[in-house]
Design a protein around this ligand. Structure first.
Ligand SMILES: NC(=O)c1ccc[n+]([C@@H]2O[C@H](COP(=O)([O-])OP(=O)(O)OC[C@H]3O[C@@H](n4cnc5c(N)ncnc54)[C@H](O)[C@@H]3O)[C@@H](O)[C@H]2O)c1
Length: 306
């Protein structure tokens, strides 16, 4: 039995591809566990009500009735903890975690826990979720068949800056800078996580992907002119959601990456991320601060000092 957890609503595409990879024999995935995410923009709970439709669609496409809906709001540390509790109660393994959810260029606002939304949701949400699921991932992986954490960043990270003195962007808020910072933080997080897993000898790998420029709803908050251009010409220079999902799927299932982590992938190929992402001190500092902010123990200090 293989269990895959995809944090996002772009799952239909992701699941379709994951199914295709099963038919090409890359990995066998008879069970999918679905995580349903609330859209901030629709607080009436419409998404909850559409969950049965999505589950049915995936069941039809995969010919698998073991598809399940689990609610998780990544902008709430409480919701993430509740989600992990529910997931663990099922006593099922976890082989692939795809940290794919995100918002872009939202107006200045905070998550339930008071974090700037890009930083709190895109980065800290996935940071806490991954850390709380690490024990299950470790138990589920094995030498020669590692469990995988796939985190979705963006080319925007190349222009990102991490302001350790003002991670919440409270001094001078820029939605673009806040998005870029959150995506930069995800790359630093992945590299530190991979170092930690390798030092512990854990059968889990962590890689980070850039999906490219993809025609999705992510652009709903950008300048209206950009939205218009996207509407008119998007089909021409944007990837389709299917194409955008492909590098994540590649990272999740390709045998080429068995046992390999700490890679930044674009168009299914390893490439260099921004130079500062390889700064071990910065990775360590961000990790320690993130542990404090999410209320978890920083085990990496013992691992690397011991
Ligand atoms: N579209 C692009 O051009 C592009 C480029 C680079 C990176 N990305 C990244 O790809 C990922 C997927 O984005 P997309 O383009 O499919 O956009 P999208 O808006 O279609 O998908 C974003 C997903 O995040 C989920 N989400 C939003 N708020 C959430 C919350 N509070 N809790 C849980 N989930 C929440 C949404 O429900 C949605 O499923 C994002 O991480 C994004 O930053 C996208």
């Amino acid at each position: 039995m293989h269990v895959i957890l995809v944090m996002s609503l772009t799952y239909e595409t992701l699941f379709a591809f994951l199914l295709n990879s099963t038919t090409t024999g890359a990995i066998s995935l008879p069970v999918f566990t679905e995580s349903w995410i609330r859209k901030w923009e629709i607080p009436t709970g419409n998404n909850d009500s559409s969950a049965p439709d999505v589950v049915r669609k995936i069941q039809e496409e995969t010919l698998n009735d073991k598809v399940e809906f689990l609610y998780c709001d990544l902008a709430s540390l409480r919701s993430i903890r509740q989600f992990v509790q529910k997931f663990k109660k099922k006593k099922i393994p976890l082989h692939v975690l795809v940290n794919n959810a995100g918002v872009m260029m939202v107006p200045e606002r905070t998550t339930e826990d008071g974090f700037e939304e890009h930083f709190g949701l895109n980065y800290l949400g996935h940071f806490l979720l991954t850390n709380l699921l690490l024990d299950t991932l470790k138990e589920s992986g094995a030498p020669g068949r590692c469990a995988r954490v796939v985190t979705v960043s963006s080319a925007t990270h190349y222009i990102g800056e991490l302001d350790m003195d003002d991670l919440q962007g409270s001094r001078c808020y820029s939605p673009h800078a806040a998005y870029a910072q959150s995506k930069l933080a995800l790359v630093l997080f992945t590299y530190h996580l991979q170092r930690l897993l390798a030092a512990q000898g854990s059968p889990v790998t962590a890689n980070v992907v850039d999906p490219g420029v993809v025609n999705t709803n992510l652009y709903r908050h950008v300048f209206w002119g950009t939205r218009l251009i996207k509407k008119l010409f998007g089909w021409w220079f944007f990837k389709t959601p299917d194409e955008g999902a492909w590098t994540s799927v590649y990272a999740a299932v390709t045998p080429d990456l068995e046992g390999l982590g700490g890679r930044y992938l674009y168009n299914e190929k390893e490439t260099k991320s921004l130079a500062v992402t390889y700064d071990l001190d910065l990775q360590t500092e961000l990790w320690a601060r993130s542990c404090q902010m999410t209320g978890i123990t920083d085990v990496s200090q013992d691992t690397f000092s011991g």
